[in-house]
Design a protein around this ligand. Structure first.
Ligand SMILES: [Zn+2]
Length: 87
């Protein structure tokens, strides 16, 4: 797999956040507000899973122990192994 890197982008003034493909050194502008957004976090690829759900933000949750974003359909955190609560 060789996908473009996803970043969590934030507009400093409003705090609005978005997930976007971004290249370091380029500017990402919020389509709705026109604000310039800066990358605040790199979103790492998830461990392989049987799920075919797209890794969109609504299909992710943060592990309560290690705070990594993981798929909501994953039963054990691929990073720290913590058993996830049922949905
Ligand atoms: Zn974890």
């Amino acid at each position: 797999m060789n996908e473009r890197q996803l970043y969590r982008m934030r507009a400093p003034a409003s705090g609005r956040e978005a997930i976007a493909h971004a290249e370091p050194g380029t500017t990402y502008v919020d389509r709705e507000t026109g604000e310039e957004m800066v990358p605040v976090a790199m979103i790492l690829p998830l461990a392989p899973s049987a799920s075919s759900l797209p890794r969109e933000p609504e299909n992710l949750r943060a592990c309560s122990r290690c705070d990594q974003l993981i798929g909501i359909d994953v039963s054990d955190c691929p990073y720290c192994g913590l058993r996830q609560r049922p949905l």
